[in-house]
Design a protein around this ligand. Sequence first.
Ligand SMILES: Nc1ncnc2c1ncn2[C@@H]1O[C@H](COP(=O)(O)OP(=O)(O)OP(=O)(O)O)[C@@H](O)[C@H]1O
Ligand SMILES: [Mg+2]
Length: 316
Amino acid sequence: MFNWFAQKTKKSSSEPAHQSEPTTASAQGKAQIYKPEAAGAEPTSYAFQRVKHVILVASGKGGVGKSTTAVNLATALVAEGAKTGLLDADIYGPSIPMMLGLAKSQAASGDGKTMQPQQAAGLSVQSIGFLVSPDKATVWRGPMASQALLQLIHETNWPELDYLIVDMPPGTGDIQLTLSQKLAVTGAVIVTTPQDVALSDAQKAIVMFNQVQIPVLGLVENMSYHQCSACGHQEAIFGRDGGVELAARYQLPVLAQLPLQTRLRECSDLGKPLFLSEDPADDALCLLYQQMAQHLIKQVQLLAVTSVPEIVFSDD
Ligand SMILES: Nc1ncnc2c1ncn2[C@@H]1O[C@H](COP(=O)(O)OP(=O)(O)OP(=O)(O)O)[C@@H](O)[C@H]1O
Ligand SMILES: [Mg+2]
């Protein structure tokens, strides 16, 4: 059986992975289980250079809807015509495979060196969930998990992508800092619910990104109100406009205010993203995500316009 990690350590550090094109489907092998104890080598692949914009979807707090936002934002970008990938950076609790109906998928390698991303809903998808069972990943220490994630990123044969949406784990620890410092990240999107306990963690995430000089492109207020599927009545069960006020405090745009709706949870559990529904153009929820995607694209464009190189005069 093909040993993914053993092959990888033999590879020359100057060899760009994207030059090794996958062989035919019949020659494809299954990548073997990743061995975290052997981790330690620096990433050696350059496939990542084909990714134009890396966007981190983060929050300080768990369970506020990062993964749900990442999936729907990514599929909305596809609907906008953007070539988009989705990376599940939640090493300890990957949920992207399930949300995209890929729970049974395993990483495959075409060239014995790099992994092919899975395809779902028009996205190129990678997750540690395709390599190890979650119960194994949970015992990794912080640096091990960070190293595993970097290898996952750099050893994936990414196609040309306009956007790579990264579904971050909760918190502001090792993994967040490693990704922020070791990847060329365009910006971050902060997801929060409107209640105080989530807002204070979202604020920590904003401060962390400011410290590592990653632009925060906007804030998504998830579960802003509950919308009754029978009568349409709206109720702000987690409080009103907490996210909007936090965004105002840090002068960030609000990319969307999303309802708490049974259908969103159902789509995630069934592994069928909203945008695969029959008529997304007529779907109020899809429209909200579509607006979020358009807003994000504008923020990225704006960033490109405002990031003019600084001219430094010196005596040399
Ligand atoms: N707007 C929403 N309406 C209904 N259910 C939602 C909504 N947003 C998220 N959920 C549900 O809430 C749960 C948590 O969402 P999700 O997994 O996206 O959060 P997370 O921030 O990624 O969590 P973690 O920090 O554990 O990674 C899931 O069951 C999801 O389906
Ligand atoms: Mg998640």
